[in-house]
Structures are given as structure tokens and as C-alpha cells.
Design a protein around this ligand. Structure first.
Ligand code: G6P
Length: 612
């Protein structure tokens, strides 16, 4: 999993040099992986490669990415899959003669066979990566065809797996060649220059006119032209695919916050407002509801945070509409496929729309005849494209690795679908539906208040929490996926072991670990019955010396049971993820910062996991 970028300039009057465009773009792509990075350009008649292990900012100081010469430059930021993070395994990769350089995001599944054949033909490999077969393959075909594009096409034809790849060559020094299958790639169209990148934030500073490259497309760009062919070799009329991006550049940068994560937590009121605006006008919602009502079995899936949103959806549809939806973790899809057939429906939740586990679940269900609904934050990404229908959150780009605003907006969309479903099947009346819709419409205001009343408490509590080794997050019913999300945040960015259980389950094992000063965080939804049940669980933990922390409605009797409390406005249980998640996000954030960690780039994690 990696980020790639390429810049080709025909008109020297562009504001930035190609090297500095690549460097700035790479910084924006760092969320896709950050164990090593590199750039390559054609300088005169020579191929120059600068690369190494480490963070982009350090490599810039050491190697000077932004100063690389030439008007055709490609760059890469890596998250290791084949071959450990190292100088040698960093991209770009080159052939034996230094004629071709390649950056690649994805996995070449048949690389071992290809490598063996190429070694037998005399090629010498320098790295342990799957990617390095590509420049050697192109070199091999070039020996026969003496034409870069035809050799590139021939090489791409034999690749099995996933790829977004860019190639430059000393033999055609004014072009970047590209191909795409299953990994994201966009083209940004400039005035006198063109850019290619894995994602929009990398190019937003330079242009808003983009083309989302489709699977199977292959071609090249120069400073003032684009050439694309599809899978069958037909020329693509790319002008039909140009879109104007309406995100502002400030959506994609830190805007004065010390970290993207904090900025994105604070963006939730705006993100929820935009998402509400979007779904309340989205005709696809009615279609999705009809698909659910027509389906024999309904499943919902996602990975990480998106699974928590999926689980929440299953609970809400059950309560509001009496519809049974089966939630499962995307990577476990094979455990469910034998129960799937025509007439069934799968809802795939994925903020990036590119997560391989979710994509594989989608494909497996589709193959068995199920219909597919996508819920995503990225228009035109792989999961929406391969689904029968898509609905979108409008959270804007999320750069922090840990999901924040994309979770609350996902639950808003899913709650909206559940309310419409309940109304359509006659489980709730028009007035009740209207009340829920108004509540969802108010969620932006509510979250804004929640953030302002809990941020200080989160900061204070982090002063103590940063020292602990382990914590439990407990709740019941609608609060369980929310507690799971809180535990995941603390684990992901503060590196504190955190587990989440339905509170009733804790007496069946987890409570054995509880001793003096063990932190137990209770998520208390706005629901009097659940509050009563949770009181017993709080007492159990207290009796064993636990420190009780709670996210609790301000007027609840449970406030007095807490050692530390995040007291939040009492609203309705339906929006528990929206009211109770931001304090947990803030707690994890400030704890990570107190530990001196970078919350935006947790170790071993990547934002978009496009490998299994
Ligand atoms: C990665 C991220 C998680 C995210 C998960 C699913 O593991 O680190 O934060 O929840 O992928 O991502 P998606 O884009 O499919 O929602």
C-alpha cells in the first residue's frame, strides 16, 4: 500500500518546479504509507533516482527531492508489502540499463514467476520487491519492440494482481506512462503541465480538473496532452470523464491545527452538516431502502472503524424496522458466502472505497448473485464503482490515519437509511420519522456542543491515562459499537491495550484483569433502561478498585458514580455514535500527544489498506 505521483511539465512558467510539486504532493500522500520514499526524473539524457528509508521530510533534507532536475518526475511513498522497508526496496525501481523507472501501488501476484524468467534471461535484480519486475519486463520487450509505449503495454498485459503504476523512460523523456487495475489513480489536468496521483489532496494545490482513471485503462500524459486506451484497446475520449473538484485546498491541509486528527475531530459539525445536506437530497436512499425490503437476507460489512459503523446499522435496523441485518468483519467474508445467493443484499461500508478486504467481500457476494450497496466517502472509488448503487458521506478528505469524521458521518447516513426503512415498512409513523430526521439534522449542532464541553476534560484525563498499560471500554446495546470505536482509537494512536465488551459479558472473563486503578470507560447511551443495567456493571468494576470513566448524559444518575466524567447533552439513543464518539476521539488524541506520539501517523498502520 503506497502513494504515487507524477508531474510532467511542458511550460516552464508553472508556479512550482516539478521536483517541488512532487515533494509537496508526496507529503500529502504520506497517509497512504510512510516507511520509505523516492523520486526519479529524466535529467538531460539520464535517469536520476533519489530514494531511501525514512520519512519524506527527512529524506528531503538528506537527498533534496524538491531540487531534482528535469521536467518529468515521478515519486512514491511506501508502506511495505513485499520486502522490508529499506533504501533498496524504496521506489522508484529501475531496469538493468537505467532506461526505465517505475513507481507502483498494489501487488504483482505473479512476480516470482516473472522474476525467475527474467533472471534466466540475464536480468539482475537489486531489491526484494514485486515491483522491480516491471522495469525489467519493459526493458525486455523494448529490446524487441524498440517502442516505449508498446513495450509498456506488453509488460502490463502479463502482470497479475493490482496496480496503479507510472513509468518514465530516457527513450521518451517527455511522457509519463501509466496503467491501473484495482489501485486508485487520478490524472490532474493543468495549464502547461499534467499530474498523476493516487489521490486528490496530492494535486489539489495545482489543479481542480481531474479524471478518475478506470480499471484497465492504460496510456500516457505529456505536459499538454493525455492519451488513454481501455481494456479492449479502444481510444478513450477522456474529456468526457473530466470532473471539477469542489474541495478547497484548506480542506486538505492542517488549517492551523497541530495535527490532522485534531482538525478532523473539529471538522465533524461541518462534515455532518454537509453529509446531512447530501443524503436529504439523494434519490438513491429510496432505492437502497427498496433493495433492503426486496432482499431475502441483508448483510453489512466493513473493516476497522467501518465495521463499527456496520454493526451500529445492524442494531438500528433491528430496533426501528424489525429488519435483521447480519454484520460481519470484511476480512471474514468467506465464513458467510455459502449462505449467500440471488435475492440477497450486501451493504459495504468503506470511507476510502478502496479497502481490499471490503472489495473482496463485495466481489465474492456479487459472484453469488447478491446485489451490492456501497457507503463511501470517496466518489468514484473502487467499491462504489463495483456496487449496484452508492450513497456517500460528505466528510471531505480525511488525512489522519485514525478515522474520526468519517465514522460519525457514516453513522449519520446509516441512521438515515434505517429511519427511511422503518417508515417504508410502516414500523414507525410519519411523525416519528420526521422527529428522527430533525434529530439527524440537528446532529451537527449537537456534536459541536459535545466537542466544546468535553475537550478540556479529555486533555485533563490524558494526564493520567497516558501512564496506563491497559483499559476496558464497556457499554450495552447501541453503545457497544461506539465503545468498540473508542477502544480502537486508544489502541491505534496511543498504543495502549484497550478492549471493548458488552458490559454484561465482562463478568464472564474480562473482569479477572480488573484491579486497583484499572481504567474502565463506560459509554452510557441516552436511554434510561440501559442506564439502569449499566449501574450494576459500574458497581462490579468499582468493587474491584477500577477507575471509572464515563461518557454520560448530563442529567443521568450515573454521573455521580464516575471518577472522571465526560458529561454530554442528553439527546436520543439513535445518535449515540455522534454524541459519544468525539470525547473518545479527543481522549485518544490527547493521550497520544501526552506520550509524545504522532497521532496522524501511528506505527504499523496505514489509512487505506489495499492489500489483503
Ligand atoms: C485501515 C485504517 C482504519 C480504517 C480501515 C477501513 O485499517 O487504519 O482506520 O477504519 O482501514 O478503512 P475504510 O477506508 O474501508 O473505511
Amino acid at each position: 500500500m503506497c502513494g504515487i505521483i507524477g508531474v510532467v511539465v511542458s511550460n516552464k512558467s508553472t508556479r512550482y518546479s516539478p521536483g517541488s510539486m512532487i515533494f509537496r504532493g508526496l507529503l500529502r500522500l504520506e497517509y497512504r504509507g510512510y516507511d520509505s520514499a523516492g523520486v526519479a526524473s529524466i535529467c538531460g539524457d539520464k535517469l536520476i533516482v533519489l530514494k531511501g528509508k525514512g520519512r519524506i521530510i527527512d529524506l528531503e533534507k538528506k537527498l533534496g527531492f524538491s531540487k531534482i532536475c528535469g521536467s518529468v518526475v515521478i515519486g512514491h511513498t511506501r508502506w511495505a508489502t513485499h520486502g522490508a522497508p529499506s533504501d533498496i526496496n524504496a521506489h522508484p525501481h529501475t531496469d538493468c540499463r537505467n532506461w526505465f523507472a517505475v513507481v507502483h501501488n498494489g501487488i504483482i501476484q505473479n512476480y516470482l514467476d516473472l522474476k525467475k524468467t527474467l533472471i534466466n534471461k540475464g536480468h539482475v535484480f537489486k531489491s526484494d520487491t514485486d515491483t522491480e519486475v516491471i522495469p525489467h519486463l519493459v526493458e525486455d520487450y523494448y529490446g524487441v519492440l524498440r517502442n516505449v509505449y508498446r513495450s509498456f503495454k506488453q509488460a502490463v498485459r502479463v502482470l497479475k494482481g493490482s496496480y496503479a503504476l507510472l513509468l518514465i523512460s530516457v527513450h521518451e523523456p517527455e511522457k509519463i506512462f501509466f496503467a491501473k487495475k484495482d489501485s486508485p489513480l487520478i490524472i490532474g489536468l493543468g495549464n502547461g503541465f499534467n499530474v498523476l496521483a493516487s489521490d486528490i489532496p496530492a494535486i489539489l494545490e495545482y489543479t481542480r480538473r481531474i479524471i478518475t482513471v478506470r480499471d484497465g485503462w492504460i496510456g500516457y500524459v505529456s505536459g499538454n496532452d493525455v492519451y488513454i486506451e481501455d481494456l479492449d484497446g479502444n481510444i478513450v475520449d477522456w474529456r468526457r470523464y473530466v470532473r471539477i473538484i469542489d474541495w478547497s485546498i484548506s480542506d486538505a491541509v492542517k488549517a492551523g491545527y497541530p495535527h490532522y486528527m485534531l482538525k478532523e475531530i473539529h471538522e465533524q459539525p461541518r462534515a455532518l452538516k454537509d453529509t446531512f445536506y447530501g443524503i436529504s437530497r439523494d434519490e438513491n436512499i429510496v432505492r437502497v431502502v427498496d433493495m433492503i425490503l426486496d432482499a431475502e437476507k441483508v448483510f453489512v460489512t466493513g473493516a476497522g472503524t467501518s465495521f463499527h459503523a456496520s454493526y451500529y446499522f445492524a442494531l438500528v435496523t433491528n430496533v426501528l424496522a424489525g429488519v435483521m441485518v447480519y454484520p460481519f468483519i470484511a476480512s471474514e467474508f468467506e465464513s458467510y458466502t455459502s449462505a449467500v445467493g440471488e435475492g440477497d443484499l450486501l451493504i459495504v461500508v468503506s470511507q476510502s472505497g478502496e479497502t481490499m478486504d471490503a472489495l473482496k467481500a463485495l466481489r465474492a457476494f456479487k459472484e453469488r448473485g447478491a446485489r451490492i450497496v456501497a457507503v463511501s466517502n470517496v466518489v468514484d472509488s473502487a467499491i462504489p464503482r463495483e456496487s449496484d448503487i452508492a450513497v456517500y458521506t460528505r466528510a471531505g478528505p480525511e488525512i489522519g490515519v485514525a478515522a474520526t469524521k468519517t465514522f460519525t458521518t457514516q453513522t449519520l447516513v446509516l441512521a438515515w437509511i434505517a429511519v427511511f426503512l422503518a417508515k417504508s415498512c410502516g414500523c414507525i409513523g410519519d411523525d416519528e420519522a420526521r422527529e428522527y430526521m430533525d434529530l439527524l439534522g440537528d446532529s451537527a449542532k449537537i456534536v459541536s456542543e459535545t466537542i466544546s464541553v468535553t475537550e478540556y476534560a479529555a486533555k485533563k484525563l490524558s494526564e493520567w491515562l497516558y501512564r496506563v498499560k491497559s483499559a476496558y471500554y464497556l457499554s450495552r446495546w447501541i453503545g457497544v459499537p461506539v465503545a468498540m470505536e473508542g477502544a480502537l482509537k486508544l489502541k491505534e494512536i496511543a498504543y495502549i491495550h484497550a478492549e471493548s465488551y458488552p458490559a454484561g459479558e465482562s463478568k464472564h472473563g474480562p473482569i479477572a484483569l480488573v484491579e486497583e486503578d484499572f481504567p474502565v470507560i463506560f459509554i452510557v447511551p441516552s436511554n434510561r433502561e440501559v442506564e439502569k443495567l449499566l449501574l450494576g456493571n459500574i458497581k462490579e468494576m468499582k468493587a474491584r478498585g477500577a477507575v471509572i470513566i464515563g461518557v454520560v448524559p448530563e442529567d443521568s444518575g450515573l454521573v455521580d458514580e464516575m471518577d472522571y466524567v465526560f458529561s454530554i447533552p442528553r439527546t436520543h439513543w439513535l445518535i449515540t455514535p455522534i454524541t459519544h464518539t468525539p470525547p473518545q476521539q479527543l481522549l485518544a488524541y490527547y493521550t497520544a500527544v501526552r506520550k509524545g506520539l504522532d497521532p496522524d501517523k501511528p506505527r504499523n498502520l496505514a489509512k487505506t489498506v489495499t492489500v489483503e
